[in-house]
Write a new protein. Structure first.
Length: 612
């Protein structure tokens, strides 16, 4: 087989396979409502590209693009520029209930614009649906379509923009947690934050009314702060020791996991929070970025360290832009050891977390021909580069950086036309790529501490993880709900427009399917994380049934076992969080919105905790 143009042999993409004839499918349309609509979504659903069933020419499984939605990314297809059964055009991403709108990247195609995903040439490409909902979020929710369309008017290229001249903080109230004598008592009302004037019981809402035997309890819930009519971000949720911490608009609040009471006084910021680290440092710290003003074009450049143990603030400093095209309208923060990366559209500044000292700038390379287009942190620090734009040598590169010096540990070059869309995992390094021209996608796993290819996904399936916006103007390369891994397998949810979907385990050494299991309900199931000898999954709620937390054994039958079945009384609230963060820790399930609409009647729900 021939190598892709301008691409030296890499020996890592696998042999191309015979392509099947097929053409990209037209954008998918939301199904017609079938039941009474639940409460309007707080944020426009973000969608991920999906691949069509029949393989098409390309390297990975071709996928047909669904209608572009605010938020998830370009579908990817198979191997680079080579025909193969797995390379098929994908469908543009559709809105996913969990994804949040972020900003699209100017150079790399992200799995958030709805373009099909492809696989790289030379290896079995498997269609991985771009981050997005496995099921259509409008199923059975008639009124939500109109609400989502209205919300989409504020979304441009997968990014939610505030189109209001300044913030109006009038009426904003501090949520105050009330007490419940026994938050676990059967049928007891969950702790209610009240209406903001300190009365924890005022207007209490019993979310457990009508709870059926076997259903979990809503232990407590919190209402969101008042926000402008254009809405506001509420990104960031951390469950740490015995507290659950939530960021929303201009504040961060910590709640005791058992009672819902405030753990420490809410931290107020002078302007909107516009970035948070998903990671918690070894010293139990997170980092927050907030705007330097109220205007729409205010820079997201004020960096603040927060101690989760007591809510105290550490150092705070502005981070400057490094060039003409370095824009900080949005900022992507990530932690790798004691290094904080402040990522922007074409640059990134690395600061020492302990004292804020600048360590290095991840800027243009190769005499100005390559520019950073996204960053990832965690066990490794990764940076994606867009190189040679509009030239015969145009291509993307991925580098691992030494977090202390900024020096490259290794560099992986991808063939022309292939864009780095997401990092499904930094360790092991798993990259999701797209080829917009071919409407194809690819998922490639690299060998440890090396740029060499370990495997490419070779499963003829449409996958639907739900990702957090795009990398444009500093969006994160990470943040895909439904894509998780251990040292043996990558776990991805299949796409299902109706009925149950499946979770597929893909062997990292071969790229082939290891096993799959079906959702226990008539709703899509997403793998959240691997814990012990099982994958923890979340089954989406329907309009009249709560979601579920399940445990999928890594061996044996792989049949999901229900850990929590949330009460049907909260299904509208739970399904209304189209942009959300979720976690399951010590037998409790936490769900929070990551985008506030600002248009709901009364205060919106911010966060709920469930347990037995």
């Amino acid at each position: 087989m021939s190598q892709p143009p301008n691409q030296p042999p890499s020996g890592g993409f696998g042999a191309p396979q015979d392509p099947q004839q097929g053409a990209p499918q037209p954008p998918a349309q939301p199904p017609q409502p079938q039941a009474q609509p639940p409460q309007a979504p707080q944020t426009p659903p973000s969608g991920a590209p999906q691949t069509p069933p029949a393989p098409q020419p390309g390297y990975g499984y071709p996928q047909t693009p669904p209608a572009p939605q605010p938020g998830y990314g370009y579908p990817q297809s198979g191997p680079y520029n080579q025909p193969g059964p797995y390379n098929q055009p994908t469908q543009p991403g559709q809105p996913g209930p969990y994804g949040q709108p972020t900003q699209p990247g100017p150079y790399a195609a992200q799995p958030q614009y709805g373009y099909p995903q492809q696989q790289f040439p030379g290896g079995p490409g498997t269609p991985g649906t771009p981050p997005g909902g496995g099921k259509n979020p409008f199923k059975g929710k008639p009124g939500l379509i109109v609400a989502a369309v209205a919300a989409a008017a504020l979304v441009i290229g997968g990014v939610a923009w505030a189109v209001v001249g300044g913030d109006d903080d009038s009426g904003k109230k501090k949520p105050v947690a009330g007490k419940s004598d026994d938050p676990k008592a059967s049928g007891s009302a969950p702790v209610n934050p009240g209406d903001g004037d300190g009365d924890g019981d005022k207007g209490a809402e019993d979310l457990n009314a009508g709870r059926q035997p076997g259903e979990s309890k809503a232990l407590w819930y919190k209402e969101a702060p008042k926000v402008p009519g254009s809405g506001a971000d509420a990104k960031g949720m951390w469950v740490h020791k015995d507290i659950a911490v939530k960021a929303a608009f201009k504040e961060i609040t910590a709640y005791k996991v058992k009672t819902g009471d405030q753990a420490w006084p809410a931290i107020k910021f002078p302007q909107k929070i516009c970035g948070t680290t998903p990671q918690i440092s070894k010293d139990n710290e997170i980092v927050v970025a907030y705007k330097d003003g109220q205007k729409d074009d205010a820079k997201c450049n004020q960096i603040q360290v927060v101690d989760l143990d007591d809510g105290s603030k550490g150092w705070v400093k502005p981070v400057k832009e490094e060039g003409l095209f370095d824009m900080s309208l949005s900022t992507d923060l990530s932690l790798t050891g004691d290094t904080l990366m402040v990522g922007r559209s074409q640059s990134g500044t690395a600061l020492r977390l302990s004292d804020g000292k600048e360590l290095f700038v991840a800027d243009k390379k190769d005499p100005g021909t390559c520019f950073p287009s996204g960053f990832a942190g965690g066990k490794k620090m990764l940076v994606a580069y867009s190189c040679g734009a509009s030239s015969p040598t145009e291509h993307d590169e991925l580098q691992q950086l030494d977090p202390k010096s900024g020096k490259a540990v290794w560099t992986k070059k991808f063939p022309k036309g292939w864009k780095i869309g997401r990092i499904y995992s930094e360790s092991p390094t798993i990259v999701y790529l797209t080829n917009e021209d071919k409407k194809q996608w690819n998922i490639t796993t690299l060998k440890p501490n090396s740029s060499a290819t370990r495997s490419e996904v070779g499963v003829d399936e449409k996958f639907a993880p739900e990702c957090d916006g795009s990398t444009f103007l500093g969006g994160s390369l990470q943040g895909c709900l439904g894509a998780t891994t251990d040292d043996k397998n990558l776990y991805l949810p299949t796409d299902a427009t109706s009925g149950p979907n499946e979770v597929v385990a893909i062997n990292l050494n071969t790229g082939k399917e290891a096993w799959r299991t079906k959702s226990p309900a008539d709703e899509s199931m997403l793998p959240i994380k691997v814990e012990g000898d099982a994958v923890i999954g979340y089954v989406n709620p329907s309009y009249d049934s709560g979601g579920q937390v399940v445990s999928i054994p890594l061996s044996g039958s792989h049949k999901p076992k229900t850990l929590l079945k949330n009460p049907s009384g909260t299904s509208e609230i739970e399904s209304g969080f189209y942009s959300k963060a979720i976690d399951y820790v010590d037998g409790r399930f936490y769900i929070s919105t990551t985008r506030l609409s600002g248009s709901a009647k009364g205060q919106e729900k911010l966060m709920l905790a469930y347990g037995k």
